[in-house]
Design a protein around this ligand. Structure first.
Ligand code: ADP
Ligand code: MG
Length: 239
């Protein structure tokens, strides 16, 4: 069943840039879809519109049948992790995670339990008292992921979350995120410009260029049978 429905969404910035151009996509419950494309192809703009950080010029976005096109981020069942983590450096890890739950007026004991469970999930059990600026880049991205997950979003939005990390760490985190995503069964949109990342993580890949879909399909199919010269060039094979 489709949880996220994006219908002919267009974003035209003042100045006339068509960042996203009549883009449509259905994402099934529990699916991880990678948006793959070169810099400037509209991936972040699309993700930001799903998360409510940007308004579409036209088109419609529904989640679980509810039209969320014009709802602000805090009223959407989405959680977003950005490339640069944007953690609160004046708060420790625990407080970073507890903040959103406090706003929801969750009792303190329940907050502690939930935060500890999520820290365990992302491999940071026992890190609650650390200040976030004392953590490594990889640990900070784990905290950013945990901060999204603790609010139990219906849809997880990840915008090149590992781009600033080294190759080795990126590969490790990619596996961890895929593992967590599958264990929770959380519907996920993952933006990347790295074809190896997309090929190794995704249930389906959307190859984007100029705000449009060039090809959509399972990783092995897109890899084996690129439908356009652009996709072939970008994925790095030509049949
Ligand atoms: P990607 O994430 O794939 O690199 P973006 O969604 O960031 O692509 O950008 C798509 C296009 O929209 C680019 O041409 C970019 O310059 C333009 N763009 C993005 N954000 C803005 C903005 N706030 N104002 C004007 N143009 C923008
Ligand atoms: Mg981007």
């Amino acid at each position: 069943m489709s949880v996220l429905h994006i219908a002919e969404v267009t974003k035209t910035f003042s100045g006339g840039t068509h960042a996203v151009n009549s883009f449509s996509l259905d994402v099934a419950d529990g699916e991880l879809v990678c948006l793959l494309g070169p810099s400037g192809s509209g991936k972040s703009t699309l993700l930001r519109m799903v998360g409510g950080f940007e308004q579409p010029t036209s088109g419609r976005i529904t989640i679980d049948g509810e039209d969320v096109t014009h709802l602000p981020p805090e009223r959407r069942p989405t959680g977003m992790v950005f490339q640069s983590h944007a953690l609160w450096t004046h708060m420790n890890v625990f407080k970073n995670l507890a903040f959103g739950l406090k706003l929801r007026r969750m009792p303190a004991a329940e907050i502690r339990e939930k935060v500890e469970a999520v820290l365990e999930l992302v491999g940071l059990a026992g890190y609650g008292d650390r200040m976030t600026n004392q953590l490594s880049g990889g640990q900070q991205q784990r905290v950013a992921l945990a901060r999204s997950l603790v609010l139990e979003p219906k849809i997880l939005l990840l915008d090149e979350p590992f781009a600033s990390l080294d190759q080795h760490l990126r590969e490790r985190l990619r596996e961890e995120v895929r593992d967590i995503q599958q264990r929770l069964g959380i519907t996920t949109l993952f933006v990347t410009h790295g074809q190896d990342e997309a090929l190794s993580m995704a249930d389906r890949i959307v190859v984007m260029a100029n705000g449009k879909t060039e090809q959509i399909g399972r990783p092995d199919v897109v890899y084996r049978d690129p439908k356009t010269p652009f996709v072939a060039g970008f994925i790095g094979t030509m049949n």
